[in-house]
Design a protein around this ligand. Structure first.
Ligand code: PBE
Length: 297
């Protein structure tokens, strides 16, 4: 009898040990860090852009010294996101909104408790000095120009679905006559005066710049062109007067370095859109990653 009891105690202990081992092993398998999952890579965008500067700063602020921020372009970033998303693979990337990527994919911004990327900000319209005297009609329209992220979203989605930017802009302007009328009310069209805008190939700015160019051209009589350039030349061009205006200035945070350098040689016409945002993001299927702090390992 005594022998039997000892045997039972022994057997239950063994069973407990086996159970313990079983329940702990799957959890261990899940514990590959985010860094390991994505090879310690943050997928970046165009060199010189605000997001590259802020992301380098975030890597310092959050002690992500073993991480690399890749340089490329906005189109390259969305291509990599698309590939990862289709295969349900992990990816950590720079993101901003408004952008069609948030309509097409289920994504989430990572919390930024240190506010490296700042609070939501604005996109400003910036004119060269002297524009008001030289082109008062265009100046007044640009000063009034403002729209909502849903408006920009419509143009961006059409372009993303294959429409030419000029065509998507024309469609939006012709479908939103009330809003456009507010921008141009009482303005007397000119007779083919040349006007130069410039912009960077960010999807948001492709949409806004094409809408503004279309209104200048079709409603206000300008011979307006939109030059696609890199971010440095965009700011320099409007500061030295080669270009008349830009509608692509993310302020006060994202482009603060350019504003610091050129602000005194520029005329800030204020926000054309409010409540825009940028930061680091991941697909929603990366359930355990919710904050930039979760990238620390
Ligand atoms: N962006 C899009 C730009 C501004 C607009 C957020 C990629 C940047 O400078 O980072």
């Amino acid at each position: 009898m005594k022998k039997m009891k000892i045997w039972l105690v022994f057997a239950s202990l063994a069973a407990l040990l086996v159970l313990g081992a079983c329940s702990s092993s799957p959890a261990e398998g899940d514990e590959i860090s985010v860094g390991e999952q994505v090879d310690y890579t943050i997928t970046g965008t165009d060199p010189g852009s605000g997001l590259m500067r802020l992301s380098a700063q975030a890597m310092e602020d959050y002690n992500l010294s073993e991480w690399t921020l890749t340089e490329g372009s906005a189109a390259g970033m969305t291509a990599q996101l698309d590939k990862a998303y289709k295969n349900k693979e992990p990816i950590v990337f720079v993101a901003w909104s408004p952008h069609w990527m948030f309509n097409k994919y289920d994504l989430k911004y990572l919390d930024d408790p240190k506010l490296t990327y700042g609070e939501p900000e604005e996109i400003h319209t910036i004119a060269r000095l002297g524009l008001q005297d030289d082109h008062p009609v265009a100046y007044e329209f640009l000063d009034r120009f403002n729209w909502a992220s849903d408006d920009m979203g419509e143009v961006m989605v059409d372009i993303q679905n294959g429409m030419e930017p000029e065509e998507a802009a024309a469609k939006w302007v012709n479908e939103n006559t009330d809003k456009v009328q507010e921008w141009i009310d009482g303005l007397e069209p000119v007779d083919g005066d040349p006007f130069a805008l410039s912009y960077v190939a960010w999807d948001s700015e492709l949409a806004s710049t094409n809408v503004v160019r279309y209104v200048l051209e079709e409603k206000l009589g300008y011979e307006a062109k939109a030059l696609q350039v890199e971010i440095g030349p965009m700011w320099l061009g409007v500061a030295n007067g080669d270009v008349d205006a830009i509608v692509a200035a993310w302020l006060p945070i994202t482009h603060s370095d350019y504003w610091k350098e050129y602000g005194e040689q520029l005329d800030d016409l204020g926000a054309n859109m409010v409540n825009v945002k940028s930061g680091l993001a991941v697909p929603a299927y990366m359930e355990d990653v919710n904050s930039i702090e979760d990238l620390q390992s």
